[in-house]
Structures are given as C-alpha cells and as structure tokens.
Design a binder for this molecule. Sequence first.
Ligand SMILES: N[C@@H](CCC[C@H](N)C(=O)O)C(=O)O
Length: 295
Amino acid sequence: MTGIPFTKGHGTENDFVLLPDLDGSLEVGAQEAALLADRHAGIGGDGVIRIVPTRLAAEDDVRAQADEAPWFMDYRNADGSAAQMCGNGTRVFAAWLRREGLVGAGETAIATRAGVRRVRFDGDHVVTHMGTWRLARPEEAGDQGFDALVHVAEAEEINEPYSALSLDLGNPHTVVALPPGISLDGLDLTQAPVVRPVPPEGTNVELVRVLGPGHLAMRVHERGVGETRSCGTGVCAAALAMGVWSGTADESSTWRVDVPGGSLTVNALPGQQVELAGPAALVADGTTTLLTRQS
Ligand SMILES: N[C@@H](CCC[C@H](N)C(=O)O)C(=O)O
C-alpha cells in the first residue's frame, strides 16, 4: 500500500482526520495539519488527530502521562494550531483504538495536552470524563457572573455586545446566553466574534439559547477553525455556565445540548467535574500522499 493510512471520523459532525502513528515516524506540524484539514486541497476536517504512543510524544508534560495513558491524542485545529483538548475528538479517538483492538471494552485513559482523560463505552455512545473545569477569570466575574463582552455579527445589525463568561475546560471558552428575542439561527458566525478583554490564547465562543429545563441549543465559533457543527468542550462550557449563572454549579445536573450536528449529553458533577456523552463515527479509511514518514 502506498501513502500514509488515515481514517475519517466525526462526533456529532465535528469531523477529524485521524492519523495512526504507531512508531512515531510521522511529522504532523502546523503546515501538514492545515493541508490535511483543507476541504479543497486536502482530506478535509475541523481538526487533525495523530494517534501516537504517549512515550513517543515530543512534549515532556505529555510523555509524563505515559504510565497512566498509553495513547496520546495529538490534536491540531484546521488552521494547524495545536489545541490542549477536543471533547468530540476523545470519543472518535477511543472508537478508533477500540476498532483496532488497541484497547478493550472497559475504561481507557487518553493522554492530551490538558492531561489524562478517561473514556468509557456505553452502547452506541462514548462517555468522556472531561476533568476539572474552572472559571478562567473568577476575580473578574461580577455579581451577575459575567467577565467578558462578545460582539457577534447578526443578520439584522445590532451593535450591542453580549455579556459572557470565560471557562477553562483545558482549552479556553467564552459562553454567551442569548437574550430573548435574539435568534440563534440569525447569527453570522462566518466572522469570529469579537471578545473583550482579548483572551491571551484566543477562545472558542459558544452562543447558547435555553430551550427548557436541562435543555440548551448552541452554535459555536471554534478557535483555529471557524463555525463547526459541534464542539464537545464547548457544550460542557455552555452547560457549566448555566450552573454558574443559576448558582447551582456545585450540584449534579444533566443537560442535553443540541448543536447543528446532533445532540450531546453533559453531566455536571460536584467538585467541578464534568462528563460528556455522545456518538462517535468512523466513516472512511484510506491512504494519503500529503504526508511522508521520517526516515
Ligand atoms: N471541537 C473540539 C475543540 C477543538 C479545539 C478548539 N478549537 C481549541 O482550539 O481550543 C471539541 O470537541 O472540544
């Protein structure tokens, strides 16, 4: 077989190019990832995930996870930038490891740039323990629980910025609860929302509408990608922000979050813990000549 093997997969239509690199011989830097993710000149995806033994990772803090988590999810956004975490990616990554017989049906641990994430299989769904979340700037969240302003272009020009909350799920998020009367469908996410203060590492921006008790609708503009049809860390941030705003962040709660690509379930747990559950699909296998192996 010529070319480098890849698998295409998605989690609620947040789609990824998976590159198995079992001996650490692939070089997938920013340029290579951006080309692979290109929907015209490459394979196409919101992100690129290299699947590599953790002990072969370049970063010291990732290699330090090797005893606990043998496989590293080396995630890059479509623009080639490396990100700390990808919630939907963890499910697709685990589904690939299981299909290939590299992990069993029990709980498995995955190394990420944000630390180890534990994943379990539950019928058609994969459940990821997303670790400990935190407010990004607790000292700046006022009585109303907001610490940022976000301006989003809208179908009908409204120049008021929205109040928002910044959360850290291993990667950065800014959650906006849309006020009544503002249509989620009417937002123009072809341009990045403008966030103030400017987050030092950039941010993913979640626009959220409450549909009912424990039920949200969300659209997202992802850092390093643009609008995507789903974001796993983003739906967790959205549900957790609701808990912060209602003063129930320390209690267990379950949320269904509808995104353009499907629905995900978020379980908020005491102690700033959170789980994400949803589907993972592996839809194509092939080879690519866009990469070569290091000799
Ligand atoms: N889609 C992902 C998040 C991917 C990384 C993000 N764009 C970032 O740069 O932080 C998810 O499912 O969490």
